[in-house]
Design a protein around this ligand. Structure first.
Ligand code: ADP
Ligand code: ZN
Length: 433
């Protein structure tokens, strides 16, 4: 099902025209109403008149996370406080929180894009959808909440935590959809097994998972463990929250709501725009937001874009899985390592649970790199020699994917701390020294 066929299936040519018109309007708004933007544009020698089509976007300066911190809390608002009806803040995975303000119309847009996501997953007005993203300053809970309300589903506002109750209500209320982080979904999957309630007594069919990077391997794991279809839900606080992008029934890339959020891919180091299909840093310009529009915001997320029409009929651009954030990239003995690469190896080995932790340290001026991973119950009691063999195999696979060989430590099932929100997969002790 498609929520807004006009926008989601518009011809590429019409979409670019619309994006141009909306960009121009946004640039005018921020130039006249937001001092920092006006100053930046003046420094670059650009005026709103220079922006006529979407191609002119490259003339505009970038905005970054540090700009949001510098103008903390309200310096980047483009409307008076009387127009703001909601404040949210980022969960602060990487530093001080970032505040965003929404007008009434911005909240409507958030509901609209969220509705596109949840409709494309196959959810509708007859469904109970359990929202187990955290509610509060973090946009996950309230964003998914608005999405479910907009499609007319029955929203079950659980927030995260209280896992036993999550399972009880999922069962008793017949939740069809579950919206949470993939790592919390994994936790709930184990809790569901522990509850000893037969799977057939649950109605759960669809997962709307996001807010953190996850791999195809993790998708497979979640689909099998929960007996559902698991879809990607992408978003970030600065741009609006969850709802910036979503997968469709083909699970072949994350469609972006590009009539509201215009995406570009740039070289993460030089900021130069990259050709279609190249992998680089994702940059968004909000082209309809009023409260706090952002122009050319550097997300630090690494991905690529595909402009081909999808089998679902949507023409909206699709982004490939987020490899990770530039900030998540570890440099170990000079080699670039993303936690998602480790995850993809772990998920392909049947003896392992998808729970892992990367521990990096510097000992005698040399980087040490340990990967802890849980072994499944059924294998943990295997003979020592078998476990040693398994360890060797994992090291070998990681070496070939990462180009560097970590110390693999097999740990007992359920010994790595579980996450109820965004998982913490890396301990970099070098940062503390
Ligand atoms: P914080 O930056 O404090 O974590 P947010 O909650 O706004 O705050 O997080 C947004 C970030 O979360 C994105 O920039 C991206 O790195 C990550 N993220 C969100 N959804 C996904 C997803 N579906 N896949 C991969 N990463 C995601
Ligand atoms: Zn599609």
């Amino acid at each position: 099902m498609i929520w807004n066929e006009t926008m989601e299936c518009m011809s590429r040519e019409d979409m670019r025209k619309l994006q141009g018109i909306r960009l121009k309007r946004t640039v005018e708004r921020v130039y006249h109403n937001c001092e920092p933007y006006r100053k930046r544009m003046q420094e670059k020698g650009v005026t709103p008149n220079d922006i006529q089509t979407i191609d002119d976007i490259a003339k505009l300066p970038f905005t970054s996370k540090s700009d949001l911190r510098d103008y903390y809390p309200f310096g980047l608002l483009s409307v008076p406080m009387s127009e703001i009806v909601r404040l949210q803040a980022s969960s602060g995975t990487t530093g001080k929180p970032i505040v965003v303000g929404y007008t009434r119309n911005d909240l409507n847009i958030w509901g609209e894009v969220g509705a596109r996501c949840f409709t494309s997953y196959g959810l509708g007005k007859n469904d109970v959808v359990q929202v187990s993203y955290g509610y509060g300053l973090f946009t996950g809970g309230l964003g998914a909440h608005a999405a479910v309300e907009t499609i007319g589903g029955a929203v079950l506002p659980m927030s995260s935590g209280n896992t036993e109750k999550q399972i009880m209500l999922m069962h008793d209320f017949g939740s069809v959809g579950l919206a949470c982080t993939p790592s919390y979904a994994l936790y709930l999957a184990d809790a569901l097994l522990d509850s000893k309630i037969p799977r057939e007594e649950f109605k759960l069919k669809i997962g709307a998972f996001g807010a953190e990077p996850w791999t195809e391997g993790m998708r497979k794991e979640l689909q099998e463990k929960l007996g559902i279809k698991a879809y990607d839900l992408y978003g970030l606080t600065e741009i609006i929250g969850p709802g910036v992008g979503h997968e469709c029934e083909y699970q072949d890339g994350t469609h972006l709501c590009e009539d509201h959020f215009y995406p570009e891919i740039v070289d993460p180091v030089t900021g130069e725009p990259l050709p279609p299909g190249a992998t680089g840093e994702l940059v968004f310009s909000t082209i309809t937001k009023e409260g706090m529009p952002l122009l050319r915001f550097r997300t630090r997320d690494l991905t690529s874009l595909n402009y081909e029409t999808c089998r679902c009929g949507r023409t909206s651009v699709r982004m490939s899985r987020i490899l990770g954030r530039c900030d998540d990239m570890l440099i170990i003995r000079g080699v670039n390592v993303f936690p998602s690469q480790v995850e993809s190896v772990i998920c392909e080995i049947p003896q392992l649970e998808p729970h892992y932790l990367l521990i990096v340290d510097r000992i005698n001026n040399l980087d040490s790199f340990e990967v802890q991973v849980e072994v499944k119950d059924a294998f943990f009691s295997d003979e020592m020699s078998k476990l040693m063999e398994l360890k060797k195999y994992i090291s070998h696979r990681l070496q070939s994917v990462l180009g560097i060989s970590p110390d693999v430590k097999l740990v007992e099932p359920r010994s790595i701390e579980r996450s109820q929100g965004k998982a913490k997969r890396v301990i970099d002790k070098r940062m503390l020294k």
